[in-house]
Structure formats: structure tokens, C-alpha cells
Design a protein around this ligand. Structure first.
Ligand SMILES: *[C@@H]1O[C@H](CO)[C@@H](O)[C@H](O)[C@H]1NC(C)=O
Ligand SMILES: *[C@@H]1O[C@H](CO)[C@@H](O)[C@H](O)[C@H]1NC(C)=O
Ligand SMILES: *[C@@H]1O[C@H](CO)[C@@H](O)[C@H](O)[C@H]1NC(C)=O
Ligand SMILES: *[C@@H]1O[C@H](CO)[C@@H](O)[C@H](O)[C@H]1NC(C)=O
Ligand SMILES: *[C@@H]1O[C@H](CO)[C@@H](O)[C@H](O)[C@H]1NC(C)=O
Ligand SMILES: *[C@@H]1O[C@H](CO)[C@@H](O)[C@H](O)[C@H]1NC(C)=O
Ligand SMILES: *[C@@H]1O[C@H](CO)[C@@H](O)[C@H](O)[C@H]1NC(C)=O
Length: 402
């Protein structure tokens, strides 16, 4: 009879739990009765409100740990807010904000209370709570319907991974004591785990706190694949799916530096391409002039004339080519002035000097066309190699700012 009347209540409890958990990712909360109550409108309440407002308004703290006190004894309030170590400050603040609204409402007039969410933990008390391991209240949470088939094999990997993360987290600084990592159980099974202490703990106290949490796993949750153990001073979570954000080992500045390098590389590549096009045109021109000059010397200059011009006077065409060749002489003094070009074009009788090999100016030095061709084929090859090398370097090199 008693059992039957309890059934709907248990079911309701289960439903409410499920709904609130899904809505707020809140996993556990506790109003600590032993620490006593305060009366409504008391100084303690005003201090608590001011402190929690101050905490949620704080935008300077970006490492997910808040330890603040406010008021005078015996009405002094201390608060600790801790976010999961892989979360960005906005997600962290939003979780603490939810918690700040929820907890004083859930535990009205309680001097001490604690709420665990998936992303954060918030606790306050009239005691001094910084730098000490708090053992109660603690909770565990496991995801149902996810039991391990080979428990021994799973535990072997799990209890090798957890101590590694424990010492890594404990060695963190006074802003972050957090470690996450994974290990292989079988080809198709991997354990992902995360451990964290409130960073006000010493290294040894962090190791101690996590050690107790690990021992709780065996008593509460043996054979369960995914578990969370929450304690006021530390927590452990593991499962078979990756649930944490990998914090990159390389500093954040790296990607910025890479972007700058990539931009510089493309600007340099662009400039080199422009130079190459310029050189290419020069070389093409030089080749043309040299061809003309050779043919002119051989007396076959007419070969290069476009067939549509074949109606024009041979004499005139030869004269134009001759004048053109004179305009690209190596020695500037040998090049005709504009006035003499006009004269040469207008008068068929003026005798023209014999042109030597055409020449070009490159980088302030003059080269004959043949020299230019030789020089530039090497130059172009070197330039192409350089562009290729610098582009490869920019895309392959891992950069570590000092
Ligand atoms: C906290 O409040 C409780 C209940 O009022 C009281 O017994 C205890 O002494 C207080 N602790 C401190 C450190 O003031
Ligand atoms: C504290 O207040 C809560 C509810 O406001 C009440 O249930 C509880 O009995 C009170 N505890 C003490 C010690 O007065
Ligand atoms: C507490 O203060 C509010 C307004 O600040 C007031 O309305 C309320 O009556 C007060 N309650 C007590 C018990 O003094
Ligand atoms: C929080 O409180 C401290 C003093 O305890 C004060 O210096 C600071 O300005 C406050 N910050 C905000 C955002 O209220
Ligand atoms: C905190 O929550 C309150 C109400 O829930 C909201 O008005 C406020 O904008 C939130 N603040 C931040 C910083 O998210
Ligand atoms: C709060 O935490 C910071 C960083 O861990 C620490 O430097 C500071 O001393 C702590 N403040 C208190 C009141 O414990
Ligand atoms: C899964 O493991 C838990 C904890 O050991 C146990 O209570 C539960 O009965 C197991 N479920 C199944 C389906 O084996």
C-alpha cells in the first residue's frame, strides 16, 4: 500500500528532475542546514546580494574563478564561483548568472548554499571558505543506459588516465587548476576525462581532493561509462564521447602571426609576379628586336613583315625597320633624336648608320639583347624558385612566438 502511493511521487520527482536538468543543466544543489538561517532583510542578505551582483557584473576575470568576500564579521559573506576550465568567459558568466538568480531563491534565508551546474559551480557561506578543501556536500551523476561491457578493461584505462590528469591539474596556477585528456580502451572505445580543482587550493590539497573523488567513483558508479563527481573543492567528469573543448597548447597569438605572415607572403608573391611579367615582356621585346636585327643583317628583314603589308614599298618598310633598330642602340649617343627620326622618315635620301645589336636597360645597367636573354632566363628561374620556396615556408612552418 505504502509503496503504491509513493510511485506517482517518485515518477513526478523523476520528471521534474529531468525537466529542470534539461532546461538549466543544473545537476545538484544543497541548502546547508547546519550553517543556520538569517532573517529576511538582515545585513547578511544585503551583503550576499551585493556580493553576487558584484560577481556577475565582473568582466575583468576571464579565467573562470571568482573568490570574493563582502561585509563585516559576523555578517561577512564569502563566495566561490568556478567554471569548467575549457569554457570561454561569456559561457562562464552566463552560467554563474543563472546560478546567482537560482540559488538564493532555492535556499531562502540560508547562510550557506551550493549549486552545481554542468558548466559551473557557485557556493557561498558565512565561513571563510578560501584555500581549504570542503568535503560536503558532494554529489554524483551518471548517464543511465550506458554501462560498460568489459568493466575491468575500462577501469584499467580510466584509473591510469585520471591520476595523470590529477597531477597535471594540481600543478596549475592560482587561476586555473584543470586538465582534460583521453585514452583508448579499444579501437572503437575511448575515454574522455576532465578534472578540476578550485585554484585557491594548494597543489597538495588539489591532489587530495581529487583522490577522494576518484575513490567515490568505485563506490557509486562502477561499470558506468559516463560519470560526474562534484565536490565543493574539485570535480571529475568522464565519458565515452568528447565533451570538453580542447584547449590548444600553442599560444593564441600564433594564428594572428600566421595571418600576418600569409598576407606578407601574398604581397611579396604579387610583387614578384608583376616583376616577372615586366621581365617577360622585356625579354619578349628583346627577342623580337634581336630577331629583326639578325634578319636585317642577313638581308631577310622582309620575312618578319606582316603579309598584309606586302603591298607597301619594300624600300619604305626596310627604312622603318632600320630606323626602329637605330632607336634601340646600346649606346644612347647612337640613338637618333625625335627630330632626326622625323627627318629620316620624311626623306628617302638621308643615309642611315648601320645599327649594332639592340640593347636594354635593366636595374640601371645596360645589356645587349643576347646578354639580357641569358641573364633573364636564369633570373626568372631563380625568382620562380624563390616564390615557391617562400610560399611553401609560409604554409608549412609552425610558428612559435617568443
Ligand atoms: C555562521 O552562522 C552560523 C549560524 O548563524 C553561526 O553558528 C556560525 O558561528 C557562523 N560562522 C561564522 C564564522 O561566523
Ligand atoms: C531555515 O529556513 C528554512 C526555510 O526558510 C527552514 O525550513 C529551516 O527549518 C530553517 N532552519 C533553521 C535552523 O531555522
Ligand atoms: C523587507 O524589506 C522590504 C522592502 O525592502 C519590505 O517590503 C518588507 O516588509 C521587509 N520585511 C521585513 C520582515 O522587514
Ligand atoms: C566589486 O567590489 C569591489 C570591492 O569589493 C569593488 O572594488 C569593485 O568595483 C566592485 N565591482 C563591481 C563591478 O561592482
Ligand atoms: C543576468 O541575468 C539577469 C536576469 O536573469 C539578466 O537581466 C542579466 O542581463 C544577466 N546578466 C548577464 C551579465 O548575463
Ligand atoms: C582569490 O584568488 C586569486 C587567484 O587565485 C588570489 O590571488 C587571491 O588571493 C584570492 N583572494 C582571496 C580573498 O582569497
Ligand atoms: C549500470 O551500472 C549501475 C551502477 O553500477 C547499476 O546500478 C545498474 O544496474 C547498471 N545497469 C545495467 C543495465 O546493468
Amino acid at each position: 500500500m505504502a509503496i503504491v502511493s509513493f510511485m506517482p511521487l517518485i515518477f513526478l520527482c523523476f520528471l521534474v528532475n529531468l525537466v529542470t536538468h534539461a532546461a538549466a543543466e543544473r545537476q545538484y544543489q544543497n541548502c546547508v542546514t547546519e550553517r543556520g538561517n538569517f532573517t529576511a532583510n538582515a545585513t547578511y542578505m544585503a551583503n550576499l546580494d551585493a556580493l553576487l551582483d558584484n560577481l556577475t557584473a565582473n568582466t575583468q576575470i576571464d579565467y573562470g574563478f571568482y573568490n570574493l568576500s563582502y561585509g563585516q564579521n559576523p555578517e561577512k559573506v564569502s563566495v566561490i564561483g568556478l567554471c569548467r576550465g575549457d569554457l570561454n568567459p561569456d559561457v562562464c558568466r552566463s552560467c554563474l548568472n543563472n546560478s546567482r538568480v537560482f540559488l538564493p531563491q532555492f535556499c531562502p534565508n540560508y547562510k550557506e548554499a551550493i549549486a552545481f551546474y554542468e558548466n559551473c559551480m557557485l557556493r557561498y557561506s558565512n565561513r571563510s571558505i578560501f584555500g581549504v578543501v570542503e568535503d560536503t556536500p558532494w554529489y554524483y551523476y551518471w548517464w543511465p543506459g550506458n554501462n560498460v561491457t568489459n568493466v575491468d578493461q575500462y577501469n584499467q584505462v580510466l584509473f591510469k588516465l585520471l591520476p595523470e590528469l590529477q597531477s597535471k591539474a594540481a600543478s596549475g596556477d592560482n587561476r586555473l587548476k584543470y586538465a582534460a585528456g583521453s585514452a583508448t580502451v579499444t579501437d572503437s572505445l575511448r575515454i574522455y576525462a576532465l578534472v578540476q580543482c578550485t585554484p585557491d587550493l594548494s597543489e597538495q590539497l588539489c591532489i587530495d581532493c581529487l583522490g577522494v573523488a576518484f575513490s567515490e567513483i568505485s563506490s557509486c558508479c562502477n561499470s558506468v561509462a559516463g560519470v560526474t563527481i562534484g565536490r565543493p573543492s574539485c570535480n571529475v567528469r568522464y565519458g565515452t564521447n568528447p565533451f570538453y573543448e580542447a584547449i590548444p597548447d600553442t599560444p593564441k597569438g600564433n594564428s594572428k602571426l600566421r595571418t600576418v605572415i600569409a598576407i606578407v607572403a601574398s604581397v611579396v608573391a604579387f610583387i614578384i609576379v608583376i616583376v616577372l611579367v615586366f621581365i617577360y615582356l622585356r625579354v619578349k621585346m628583346a627577342r623580337k628586336y634581336i630577331e629583326v636585327w639578325r634578319k636585317w643583317n642577313e638581308g631577310t628583314a622582309l620575312d618578319i613583315v606582316d603579309s598584309t603589308l606586302s603591298g607597301a614599298s619594300t624600300n619604305e618598310i626596310m627604312r622603318c625597320i632600320h630606323i626602329g633598330l637605330l632607336c634601340v642602340q646600346k649606346d644612347v649617343a647612337n640613338r637618333p633624336t625625335m627630330a632626326s627620326v622625323m627627318l629620316m622618315l620624311n626623306s628617302n635620301s638621308a643615309t642611315l648608320p648601320k645599327p649594332s645589336e639592340p640593347a636594354f636597360v635593366l636595374q640601371g645597367r645596360t645589356f645587349t639583347g643576347t646578354q639580357l636573354l641569358e641573364r633573364n632566363s636564369g633570373l626568372v628561374e631563380t625568382a620562380i624558385n624563390n616564390v615557391q620556396a617562400s610560399v611553401n615556408e609560409a604554409s608549412n612552418t609552425e610558428l612559435y612566438p617568443r
